[in-house]
Design a binder for this molecule. Sequence first.
Ligand code: NAD
Length: 358
Amino acid sequence: MGKQMSNADSGNIPPVRVLFGPSVRKTIPEEVRRLGAARALVLATPHQSDAALEIAEHLGALAAGVFCKAEMHTPVHVTKAAMAHVAETQADCIVAIGGGSTTGLGKAIAYRCDLPQIVIPTTYAGSEATPILGQTEDGIKTTLSDPSVLPEVILYDPELVATLPVSMTVTSALNAMAHAAEALYAMNRTTQTTAMAIDGLRAFVEGLPKVIANPTDIAAREATQRGAWACGTVLGQVGMSLHHKLCHTLGGSFDLPHAETHAIVLPHAIAYNARSASKELAPICDLLGGDNAGLALHAFAQQMNAPLALQDLGLEEIDLDRAADLATTKPYPNPHPVTRADIRTLLQAAWVGDTPIF
Ligand code: NAD
């Protein structure tokens, strides 16, 4: 297995300004000026164009334009269209409001022309806290890590995440928890990343039942956003393993939705690795009970009413062979040895929606 690259190894990671609080999005003009910018291009998905227009309204004369065509997995053709918009509007900074898809578009622009970015996250995916950019071209998703990609400012406004439907709240939370779970056994973990990962996991174990019971509980939403920041930060600082490899394959090559895929695969991947990393994964058992972190996560996902079967996302059973091939072609660091046969078995269980079998 090759050396596990820390995303921090790829260059110096500059400090990020992170603000939390209800209505913090309304400080956007101040944040744009603080960056020395005066022409902000606001990004969103088509679905969140209202949110983008609200931000443009707060920006007033500092708004150079609005581009609401962000898509999942950052297709390069969308980035090219956005780059034309950057040139046309002479934008000097990016404001991305949305989940990982919109953040991804902002990062793709920054990678190409190094504009400063302000991200206003509306999911728990955590992309805003990493220097990682995944892009898709001709059906192939590639990932890079570069300091220019890391946003300069993050505004976590709990009022925005309060509109996230409950089903997406659950899958997005499990997506964030997946970063922290794999950080626990990362080869290049430190005491600090482990402590942060545990904080992130705790924020969701305690906060998710509260936001499901009352989606507009702003204090609970803010607590879960702090969890998302912790989980995203460790994703940016240590190497990920089997779980992220499987989700990257399923998302990039089979176009499965990101958060749902993470939610379904997580208990299976963690149970697989618990055989070789039970000590490292013990904090998950401490938080959720039981003595197998994968089974504990499966029970938690069930209690939260998360999707459990890849077949429900539209993946065909016939695709499992190719997914197993793709996910095991290149070696990567993982606590438990990865074999093609074992991964095919894991995928079958995740496809059916069984309890993790390893
Ligand atoms: P998303 O950004 O694709 O959002 C899914 C849908 O939900 C979109 O239509 C969006 O407009 C809508 N939405 C988002 N927030 C909402 C809200 N508060 N209320 C109502 N609707 C809302 O989903 P995601 O899971 O956040 O992001 C997935 C993407 O992020 C993938 O492409 C993934 O690869 C990427 N990602 C990258 C990193 C990284 O570090 N590079 C980390 C995590 C995720």
